[in-house]
Every structure is written in C-alpha cells, then in structure tokens.
Design a protein around this ligand. Structure first.
Ligand SMILES: [Zn+2]
Length: 414
C-alpha cells in the first residue's frame, strides 16, 4: 500500500498559510486579491514541478492535469478544493484539499502508478464568497449553474469587479468552464465541526450535504419615546425581531431532525437607548439535510411572520438571499472512502456536511463525495483552526486510495 509523503504535505500547508499574512498577523487571502495571486502562483509552481499540464478557465479556476499518453482526456478523476480564505483564516480550510490532492498525484507518479483515466487537480475560484457573492462561485460556474459572464461582472463588497480583478492578477484564463466533465469528483476537507473529534473518528465519509436557506427579514415599526409611550401602544421593531429569533431557535431546537437555525447578523434603527426601534433588519440561516424538512422550517417561519403584524404592529418584508437544496453524494464513491479507511484501520463514520463546499456544485455534473478529517474543538474560519498532523496524513492517504480505485476503473461510466 503506497502512502503519501507526510513532510511534503505538511510543509506545503505551512508555506501556503504564510502567503497573504497581513502585517497584523492575520491570514487574509480573499478571492482575486493580490494575496490570492501570490497563493495561486505558489500553487501553479508546485503543479508545474509535479509535471502537470496547467489550465486556467475563464472564471479563474486552476487545473493541473495528468493525462498519460493513450488515455481518454475527457473524463478525468477530479480532486481538489479552493485556496481563497475568509478574513483572519486558519491554514486548512480548502488548502488541505488542494495540497492533499497534489500530494496524492505526486505519490502516485513516484510509485509508477499508471492511471487508466486522467487525474485532474482543481482549485476553484472564490469558494468563500467573502468578497464576491455567491460563495462556491468557481465550482458553480464550472458546473453550469451560473453564467460565466454574469459571474465575472459581480461587484465585490469593496466595489471591485471580479472579472477585472482576475485579469489584474493574471488569472483570467481562456478555457471555457466545464471543459472537462469529471467521471468522479472527490474533495478532501477538514470537518469544520466537532463531530469526528467528539466521537473519536478519524475519517468522515460524507454522504450528503445539507440544504441551505438564507433570507433577510426587515421589520418596520414606529420610533417613539421610550419613556412616554405605553407598552400597549408601541410598534417596536426590535421586540418583533426578538420574538422571531426566539421562534426559529425553538423551531430548530424542538425539531426531531438535525435542523439548525441562526440569526447571525442584525441591525436596529435608530439604535439609541431611549428610542423605541423603528426598524430591525436581520438574516436567517436555516439548514437541514432533508429538503422536505427544510421547506417545513421555511414555511413555519413564513407563517409566523404573517402573524407578526397582528401581534406587534410591525410590518414585515422578506428577501431571499440564497437557496441550495440538500445534496446526496455518490454511494459508490462514499463506499470507496469507507473501504479505504477500513483497510488503513482508521475509524470512519458516514456523515452530513454542515457547511457548503465546491463538491456540492460539482455534484451537479459528476458523481461526487467528500472525505472529512477532525477539526480540533470543531473550530474553523478562525486562526485557531487545526487538525492533528497524523489525521491530516490519514485523510490524504484515504484520498490516495480512493483516487487509485477511481483511476483504475476505466470501464465504469457515471
Ligand atoms: Zn472550504
């Protein structure tokens, strides 16, 4: 059984984690920024050194392709993730999947493995969506879910245009997104949650990814004096928001499924101690692995909001920000992950991905699955993000085995 080179993988993870480190010590490599360019340059140099054929598509996705002579170029085994980061990021989110994939390719080449189909490494543009919405943009465009010109025209939170920024950093490629339709896509990623560590598992065989519903709720009341207005005569927007927040939290807490509900951002106006709030604006993030239950939560929230004017006098408006249905990953690949973990005697469990990933987009065009490794204390999107080195190595070895299986199987068609 071949094994990856742990030192090489860990060293590259450390090198990439220093690229885009701001003077204040924070790691910030936002999509299509100059820091992202430096990260991309390092990755491309490594891909070239590994003897891979580099392709950049129009949305800036980077591919490193290994297609031995005589194999059909068109349906590669694709492996990868993303290297853009959030603000004040950790070292592993996304980068682990890309550098783990590179490590797998180099290990296979050194072992003299001859794949029966090409192996393509992918680093997708703007997975995090911090600078340009929506998130998972590069993989969404690649899978045909968003028009490339529409995506390139997106204006960022800093007023920049994605297409211009990609051109500025030298990563506006000419290849059409979707130019390779993978026979399979596998993404190695840290869990970004507490389950594997808490339950003592090393490998998560991710068989589904929960649906996500994002909404923005605006409640309008009437500003008035906090001392002179009797409680019965108020139209307090913040009170109405508080009731709604409590309602959706109770809804998820009392659900018999794994539903989660979060109000993560809120603004009230005029935001003064002695003024009854006239307006409250907040976001709602609902998630569930089951589309029917996710819709039930959305419906319950909508019904509650319909009753809110009677109860509080507040006017309600709702804007939908994003909606992704749950994704079922490919059973055959999930089983390969489980079998690889078993062969290496690594405790493995099936699980749901709580976060969104490029794999959910590529699953629209190819059989896909993910491999998770434990996040220490479940922390991610945070400089404290960490995974035990032995677990990072274990995850990459499982990816190695799965890629071996998939690339040996020239007959199987999706
Ligand atoms: Zn990620």
């Amino acid at each position: 059984m071949a094994t990856i080179n742990p030192e090489r993988l860990l060293r590259r993870l450390r090198v990439l984690a220093e690229i885009g480190r701001a003077p204040d010590g924070r790691l910030v490599r936002l999509a299509a920024s100059y820091a992202d360019k430096l990260g991309r340059d390092a990755l491309v140099a490594w891909l070239q050194n590994a003897g891979l054929d580099i392709k950049i598509d129009r949305i800036g996705n980077i591919f490193g392709i290994w297609a031995p002579k005589g194999v059909d170029e068109r349906s590669p085994v694709m492996i990868g993730s993303h290297i853009d980061t959030v603000i004040d990021a950790g070292a592993l989110d996304g980068c682990y999947g890309v550098l783990g994939a590179l490590e797998v390719v180099e290990t296979l080449r050194e072992a003299g493995f001859v794949p029966r189909r090409p192996i393509a490494l992918a680093a997708f543009t703007n997975e995090e969506g911090v600078r340009y919405a929506p998130d998972m943009m590069g993989s969404l465009v690649y899978a045909g879910g968003l028009d490339v010109d529409e995506a390139l025209a997106k204006v960022g939170v800093d007023g920049t245009v994605l297409g211009e920024e990609l051109a500025r950093i030298g990563y506006a490629g000419s290849t059409e997104p979707g130019f390779l339709v993978p026979s399979a896509y596998v993404e190695l990623h840290i869990e970004q949650g507490p389950i594997l560590e808490h339950e003592g598992y090393v490998i998560g065989a991710v068989d589904n990814l929960q649906g996500i519903s994002w909404q923005k709720v605006t409640l309008d009341g009437v500003a008035n004096h906090a001392g002179t207005t009797p409680m019965s005569m108020r139209r307090d927007a913040c009170y109405a928001a508080a009731l709604t927040i409590a309602f959706i939290n109770d809804l998820a807490r009392n659900s018999d499924s794994s539903s989660v509900a979060t109000v993560g951002s809120m603004r009230i106006e005029p935001n003064a101690i002695n003024v009854i709030p006239s307006r409250a604006v907040f976001t709602v993030d609902l998630r569930d692995p089951d589309e029917r239950r996710l819709r039930m939560m959305e419906d319950a929230l909508a019904a509650y909001l319909r009753g809110l004017p009677m109860k509080t006098g507040a006017r309600v408006s709702v804007e939908r920000l994003a909606r992704f249905e749950p994704v079922r990953f490919d059973e055959r690949i999930v089983r390969m992950v489980e079998q690889a973990a078993a062969r290496r005697r690594l405790p493995c469990r099936r699980m749901t991905s709580g976060a969104g990933h490029d794999a959910q987009m590529i699953a629209r065009m190819a059989p896909s699955a993910m491999i998770f490794t434990p996040s220490i204390a479940g922390v991610s999107h945070n400089p404290e993000e960490a995974t035990a080195e032995v677990d990072l190595v274990a995850g990459a070895n499982v990816l190695l085995d799965v890629v071996c299986d998939l690339a040996s199987d020239a007959e199987a068609r999706p």
